[in-house]
Design a protein around this ligand. Structure first.
Ligand code: ZN
Length: 247
């Protein structure tokens, strides 16, 4: 089976729709790593879309903050403003869906899903030392994580950690990673709605485990349209700017 892996959509429905359109017919089941909402202008629309995909899903730190499960005190001032705006926009059915999202790790189909690190959904995994927990402790050889908004990840084999970095060609395109036997992987599909790895295109992955291949996708979308809706909504300028820069 082929899995579409989505993470950190962050209320950007234009990026989500462009991504889904680009890979129509290429997957059978959806895994979602959380952070459906916050930062972007479309929390209700994104939640509706994701719900309709019937995914295996876990929550992200922004989902739990917006749902009121945790407070906003750990967020920087810009993120606090966005989270408060998002809370005001949520329709009751959106809030109900966001509130019941389970905390990871969750395993299905020989894959484990986490939002941050294996042991802490709020912790960032940027460097190999931070990846060790997930690589060694996950119950499955392949684990997908989000939270950093950086596409790529880590591999582990016989005591050696590898860093996986990919650069899909321009346009809607993917770079393929061939999975080696006897190797453990901690892989980040990147962020649909707010990439931070220098490439503003929407990021996600498709895993074809029967053929041991993970495709890391980038898809261009109408960033200006989303920025226009963010300005109309009065969302903070740094958030408007960063989806254009991809940082
Ligand atoms: Zn996020």
């Amino acid at each position: 089976m082929r899995f579409l892996i989505l993470s950190d959509i962050h209320a950007n429905v234009t990026a989500l729709d462009a991504s889904l359109a680009a890979v129509q017919g290429r997957w059978e089941r959806v895994f979602c790593l959380g952070d459906l909402v916050d930062y972007g202008p479309d929390p209700n629309e994104v939640t509706e879309r994701v719900k309709a995909l019937d995914p295996v899903i876990i929550r992200g730190n922004h989902d739990k903050a917006v749902a009121g499960i945790t407070g906003l005190e750990d967020f920087n001032p810009v993120a606090q403003i966005a989270a408060q705006w998002t809370r005001q926009q949520l329709r009751p059915e959106t809030l109900a869906y966001i509130s019941q999202l389970p905390v990871g790790p969750t395993s299905a189909e020989n894959v484990t899903l986490i939002h941050g690190s294996f042991h802490d959904e709020d912790e960032y995994v940027f460097v190999p030392g931070q990846a060790m927990g997930g690589l060694l402790d996950s119950p499955t050889e392949i684990t997908f994580f989000g939270h950093t908004h950086y596409q790529g990840g880590f591999s582990y084999r016989a005591g050696h950690i590898g860093v996986i970095q990919l650069k899909p060609e321009p346009g809607p395109n993917f770079a393929a990673l061939r999975l080696e036997p006897g190797t453990r992987y901690l892989l980040n599909p990147g962020s649909i709605g707010q990439p931070r790895d220098g490439d503003p295109r929407a990021a996600f992955a498709i895993a074809d485990l029967d053929h041991s291949v993970v495709e890391f996708w980038r898809v261009p979308y109408d960033i200006a349209a989303v920025q226009g809706r963010m300005r109309d909504a009065g969302l903070p300028f740094p958030l408007v700017e960063r989806i254009g820069a991809g940082r």
